[in-house]
Design a protein around this ligand. Structure first.
Ligand SMILES: *Cc1c(COP(=O)(O)O)cnc(C)c1O
Length: 372
């Protein structure tokens, strides 16, 4: 999109720079593939690949051998499909809104059918067209969110004509607690998935998300569906993160100042300086995915030096206490690290009282993006 020089200019002057390491993404894909083998590994690229850009992320995964891609909405699938080779399968997790069946079939997109109504609609279209239409069937194994209940699954298994014209590629379910390996619900859901598999013999399973891949071979099924692990997110709270970081976020200083003791900082005057304080206001706020819950809690870094957020996060900026740095270290145009080697995505999310998924998907569109 940019020539080389203007790309550099854009990077040099951008208020914030989001660096997305596609090499690390591919390394994570390969590591997950190794772990899940012989299962295939899909790429979950919903919500614009967790905010990182599905049109950059999915082709990079495709080049690394990934052929299965999950999004949530049909519109996401329609935008993604042309960017991938004809050998890529794109699945829509939320299935089909009534009336969307024809557009889905025409685009060659595979729905995840979550209810008997969705199954009936897809089967009707297949019979009308006199063609087989592919689908995944989702089952509720304990999350009470999507999929057929155990009773509906039983009814469907007893009445296979209901699936006339539907070629079921995978039986699918989703784990609620895969990020807590010790949680008893994991084994409960596995047992429920195995009951579904027994009711539909010979059909492959798709079960594990990122965390599920690390719960053991029983959970892998034939097609694993990692999202967050591809993007470098940690799988569980307690243990070291085995994935390679993909995201780095640096934000520029707009202005610095030195204030005396008793100065009030930011909206609501919630922060009052205890002594003479050096402050730096930086060019990202809650509209850029740095939640307001980071007010007086989070920090940025310059090298190893922690620079606490002083006062409330504004829409487009926040103010850092940079007293720990020698005077003059930061000035207009300096970059500080929000996500990177000194502050992980998880650390920032924890300070904000949320999870890595919500930080990534909230980063917004105002950062200058550099794909490596
Ligand atoms: C989002 C999602 C995934 C990916 O989950 P991660 O925890 O990011 O690996 C897999 N399956 C379904 C059904 C999802 O909604």
């Amino acid at each position: 999109m940019f020539g080389e020089i203007s790309e550099r200019q854009a990077t040099d002057t951008a208020p914030g720079i989001l660096t997305i390491d596609l090499g690390a993404l591919v390394a994570n894909y390969r590591a997950l593939q190794q772990r899940a083998a012989p299962a295939r590994v899909a790429g979950v690229v919903k919500a614009d690949a967790y905010g990182l850009g599905a049109l950059r992320v999915a082709p990079a995964l495709h080049a690394a051998g990934c052929r299965d891609f999950f999004v949530v909405q049909l519109s996401e699938a329609l935008a993604l499909k042309p960017a991938l080779g004809a050998d890529a399968r794109v699945y829509v997790l939320s299935g089909l809104q009534p009336g969307a069946e024809r557009a889905c079939a025409e685009a060659g997109i595979v729905p995840v059918l979550n209810s008997l109504d969705q199954i009936d609609d897809w089967s009707r279209l297949a019979r009308t067209q006199g063609a087989e239409l592919p689908a995944l069937l989702q089952f509720d194994t304990g999350m009470s969110r999507f999929g057929l209940s155990p009773e509906e699954a039983e009814a469907l298994a007893a009445d296979p004509a209901r699936l006339a014209g539907v070629r079921v590629l995978y039986l699918m379910s989703h784990l609620a607690c895969a990020d807590e390996p010790g949680h008893a619900q994991n084994a409960d859901q596995l047992a429920a998935m195995q009951r579904v598999a027994a009711a539909f013999p010979g059909v492959a399973l798709s079960f594990a998300n990122s965390g599920g891949i690390f719960l053991g071979n029983d959970y892998h099924g034939a097609l694993a569906r990692p999202g967050i692990a591809l993007y470098g997110g940690a799988l569980t709270g307690g243990t070291a993160n085995p994935m390679t970081p993909v995201v780095r976020l640096d934000v520029r200083v707009i202005q610095t100042r030195t204030v005396p003791a008793g100065a009030r900082v930011g909206y609501g005057a919630t922060h009052v300086t205890a002594g003479e304080t050096r402050l730096a206001t930086i060019a990202a706020g809650y509209a850029d995915g740095l939640p307001r819950s980071l007010s007086d809690r989070g920090a940025a870094y310059l090298g190893d030096v922690r620079l606490p957020i002083a006062g409330r996060v504004s829409m487009d900026s926040l103010t850092l206490d940079v007293t720990a740095l020698p005077p003059g270290t930061l000035r207009g145009g300096s970059l500080v690290e929000l996500i990177g080697p000194h502050q992980t995505l998880e650390a920032l999310a924890a300070d904000a009282g949320t999870i890595s998924y919500e930080i990534l998907t909230g980063l917004g569109t105002r950062y200058h993006r550099v794909y490596r």
